[in-house]
Ligand binder design. Structure first.
Ligand SMILES: Cc1cc2nc3c(=O)[nH]c(=O)nc-3n(C[C@H](O)[C@H](O)[C@H](O)COP(=O)(O)OP(=O)(O)OC[C@H]3O[C@@H](n4cnc5c(N)ncnc54)[C@H](O)[C@@H]3O)c2cc1C
Length: 355
């Protein structure tokens, strides 16, 4: 789709992993490397064509059924029908529009200062820049895309609150290559586990320290872990009331992704992933008194955690999941569910229930 649209001078702000479908992300919301400027992918949807639980094909637009249209934008996966197609409102942009990727790198020992500098900058700067921070055991970097030229980008970074970096690299991009800017696109070949939450403030020094402890404590060296944060911020330009994604004010989307390759490593890798959940107070068994659980008890109250429906977390009740994914939209979504799918044909453990 990106190749075709670029040939026609059209730009679509998709996500950045090859294995993820456009329809899936247009249903869960669609976080993307241009979101501070262009909004979520679901913000660009003007119509969904669906087959209802009764087997009836339906074009859903704000004019035909505003409540169902809003429900599909952000809560549409496996809830209201089979989505056959999505119509997006796209921008015509000149192919020559400058788009530059940037990589910055720091010494890992500077983690606290860099995260703090990033927190004060990334969600408030010029919304044409989306600068994601990325921390591994031995490496601390930031990677981003700027819808402008290199000189302008350099000026923005020089005046930022980011500590001085050791390395900087710029790469020219267009609508077909931007996703190569990000390093984790080999997801198809990997076994992996994602944990993601939406933050209403940048991670503080205690959380960074706790994350570094976890990074240094992986059960086998080939467990590759990235801790990333994609800035939110400028997404507030889109009125949140027209979609089911309620967390427009989030400062960053924190993701902890563990990847490994061998089936015999599954148990150790998934055990480590449980420790990540415990750190945020979401472990299946929170009665144990280990360091991670103690950290969660001191620093996190899991009930107001804000989550993204595209990153479902199995370790929570349906009721908690509904509130954490959809906030104040839950009652309205339940009303739409009862009207459109009264027999609950489309269901999974975290789908919207009509009660
Ligand atoms: C490697 C990877 C990278 C990701 N990157 C991003 C990203 O950059 N931005 C982002 O916002 N999210 C991202 N996500 C999360 C993504 O939004 C969700 O996983 C999304 O549900 C993926 O859609 P899918 O159709 O590919 O997945 P599936 O697992 O096929 O579908 C997810 C859910 O939606 C339902 N569903 C799928 N298609 C339809 C349909 N046509 N009609 C009705 N229901 C349907 C399925 O039943 C299922 O419940 C990523 C996920 C992965 C695995």
């Amino acid at each position: 789709m990106e190749n075709t649209s670029t040939e026609e001078d059209i730009f679509v702000p998709t996500g950045d992993c090859e294995s993820v479908s456009v329809v899936g992300t247009a249903l869960t919301g669609g976080l993307n490397p241009f979101q501070r400027h262009c909004g979520l992918l679901c913000d660009l949807v003007v119509a969904y064509r669906i087959v209802t639980p009764a087997g009836v094909p339906l074009d859903v637009t704000p004019e035909s059924d505003n409540a169902l249209f809003k429900a599909l934008r952000g809560a549409g996966g496996s809830n209201f029908g089979v989505v056959l197609s999505v119509t997006l409102k796209v921008e015509k942009v000149p192919r020559a529009r400058p788009m530059v990727g940037v990589d910055l790198e720091w010494d890992i020992e500077e983690a606290t200062a860099v995260w703090q500098g990033w927190g004060a900058f990334a969600a408030q700067c010029d919304d044409r820049l989306v600068l994601q921070i990325d921390m591994c055991r031995t490496r601390l970097s930031a990677s981003g895309i700027f819808l402008g030229d290199e000189t302008e980008l350099q000026g923005l970074l020089d005046s930022s609150t980011l500590p001085a970096w050791q390395h900087m690299r710029c790469t020219k991009h267009d609508g077909t290559s931007f996703w190569t800017q990000f390093t984790y696109n080999d997801d198809v070949a990997c076994r992996w586990k994602n944990f993601g939450i939406l933050l209403d403030q940048a991670p503080g020094p205690e959380l960074i320290e706790a994350l570094r402890v976890l990074l240094n404590d992986v059960p086998f060296p080939a467990l590759d872990v990235n801790i990333m944060c994609l800035p939110g911020g400028g997404m507030v330009a889109q009125p949140g009331s027209s979609t089911s994604f309620p967390w427009r004010n989030h400062v960053g989307a924190l993701q902890i992704i563990a990847r490994w390759r061998q089936p015999h490593e599954d148990q150790a890798a998934l055990g480590w992933a449980c420790r990540v959940r415990a750190l945020f107070g979401l472990a299946a068994d929170s009665s144990s008194e280990d360091g991670d659980t103690r950290f969660a008890t001191q620093h996190f109250d899991p009930s107001p955690l804000h989550l993204y429906a595209g990153w479902p977390l199995a370790e929570q009740s349906r009721q908690d999941a509904m509130e954490r994914y959809y906030g104040d939209n839950v009652s309205e979504l339940r009303r739409v569910k009862v009207r459109v799918d009264p027999e609950n044909v489309f269901r999974c453990p975290q789908s919207i229930d009509g009660t």
